[in-house]
Design a protein around this ligand. Structure first.
Ligand SMILES: N[C@@H](CCC(=O)N[C@@H](CS)C(=O)NCC(=O)O)C(=O)O
Length: 186
């Protein structure tokens, strides 16, 4: 299998973690055309949004990290990432969805300021303070969902863990990680 990725993409990181959990062999490629809007290269075939991650498995080409995760769960059932209980499956998917939408957006916004200099001075300080508050709210929410279990998947690393880990890592890089020694940090 070939995974088109970008090393800093939490969506691609999610898939790399899942592939490694499944023990599936894969190659990686960081497409030159990423971010250009071009779809006239191999990366663009069957990938109208021209986003990473994009998985190629023989003739099968799949975009969107959630759809790729679902494919991997079907294609490599062992070890399962989703629990069997319907409510626990829904809970894992909701955690993933919050990470993919709200949490990623907050961390990306921080990157827009810190990495790309989209704001400076008082405006940057105000936006970063708001991002820190929003990050804390989400990390509190995640802490509640983790409860006393070692993993979001309960006793085993699972679907929600795959989605949370890249965003917590990004927050740590932004000096907005969970409190050291907390359950979330562990
Ligand atoms: N919903 C998509 C989001 C993927 C996404 O936003 N990928 C970004 C990198 S983190 C991308 O490829 N951006 C390229 C662009 O916007 O041109 C997923 O879950 O895979």
């Amino acid at each position: 299998m070939l995974l088109y990725e970008a090393p800093g993409s939490p969506y691609a990181q999610k898939i790399k973690i899942a592939l490694r959990e499944k023990g599936a062999a894969f190659d990686l490629e960081w497409p030159d055309s990423l971010g250009t809007g071009r779809t006239d290269d191999a990366f663009g075939i069957g990938n109208p949004r021209a986003e990473v991650p994009m998985l190629v498995d023989g003739e099968v080409r799949i975009f969107d990290s959630t759809i790729i995760l679902e494919y991997l769960e079907d294609r490599f059932p062992e070890p399962p990432l989703l629990p069997r209980d319907p409510a626990a499956r829904a809970a894992a998917r909701m955690t993933e969805d919050v990470c993919d939408t709200q949490y990623e957006a907050i961390t990306w916004g921080i990157g827009e300021i810190k990495a790309f200099g989209r704001a400076s001075g008082t405006l940057a300080d105000t936006l970063l303070a708001a991002a820190a508050r929003q990050t804390a709210v989400l990390q509190d929410w995640l802490t509640g969902r983790l409860g006393t279990a070692p993993w979001f998947g309960g006793a085993h690393f699972g679907w929600a863990d795959v989605a949370v880990a890249p965003l917590l890592h990004r927050s740590m890089l932004n000096a907005m990680g969970p409190a050291p020694g907390s359950a979330l940090a562990a």
